[in-house]
Design a protein around this ligand. Sequence first.
Ligand code: VAH
Length: 314
Amino acid sequence: RILIIGASGQIGTELTAFLRKEYGSHKVIASDIVEGDAQMMASGPFEILDAMDYDAVQDVVIRHEITDVYLMAAMLSATAEKFPMKAWNLNMNSLFNVLNLARDKKIEKIFWPSSIAVFGPTTPKADTPQRTVMEPSTVYGISKQTGERWCEYYYKKYGVDVRSIRYPGLISYTAPPGGGTTDYAVDIYHKALKHGKYICFLNADTTLPMMYMDDAIKATVGIMQANAGDVKIRSSYNLAAFSFNPDELSQSIKKHLPDFTIDYDPDFRQAIADSWPQTIDDSEARNDWGWEHKISIDEMTKIMIENLRKEYKK
Ligand code: VAH
């Protein structure tokens, strides 16, 4: 059976729905520190679970005979800058709990999300390679870079089958914008429909790697379903779809909402975004386990507006 830790979050919400469709609801146990949306709570087993509590995680794993764990619980970049020690403890202790359960053969396989936040201001920003200078300047990035080192260590030393992806910014309509620096690209759609305008907390020319959620879910399940031998990188794989800046995203929105206007009022998140790459080289993921993205920026905008229109009755 599969356990999703952090199921109520931005990725966890959609990952739970996808895995329940793929494997059957009773096979997929969702868990989080707070309950998920109505659809998740109605569609299969759920456990209130603190990812930092080893005994509680072990208890859920044993009771539900879990073999595979997707550890999606973390504090994202912007929020982590406000609560550095809380972010470090959550992001790291949850990972150690799951890695140690696998080391002790209580689970068989782990998915753990890394991020382009592992790259820092000294990393080459164009076509950022899989292996390069990584001096992350955010608490979140430091925790993800350290987590990658531990994943590779547990794989080499204990044979733990842990697989990981460096997600770009992810966009979806099912979860509200969260504590991520890239979440302007989620909030903009809500504000465009609700108010016809958006005040962006990043500058117009801030280009960042992004991806629509369906492609991210496809990659997540894809790397977990790959043959172990094909997963050659056990720190974390670069992954990309497209890159855009707030101005380009607003152009895409204007094709549907011609009167939409955007203003710019950068805040502390500008420095976070400026420390990250602009485009990513994900050729190793494409070569090793057949990754390819499908959805373009305009297809993403069409999906986002069509689904959010209902919510705003526009
Ligand atoms: C964040 N959405 O903004 C996350 C992600 C690459 C960005 O890690 O913190």
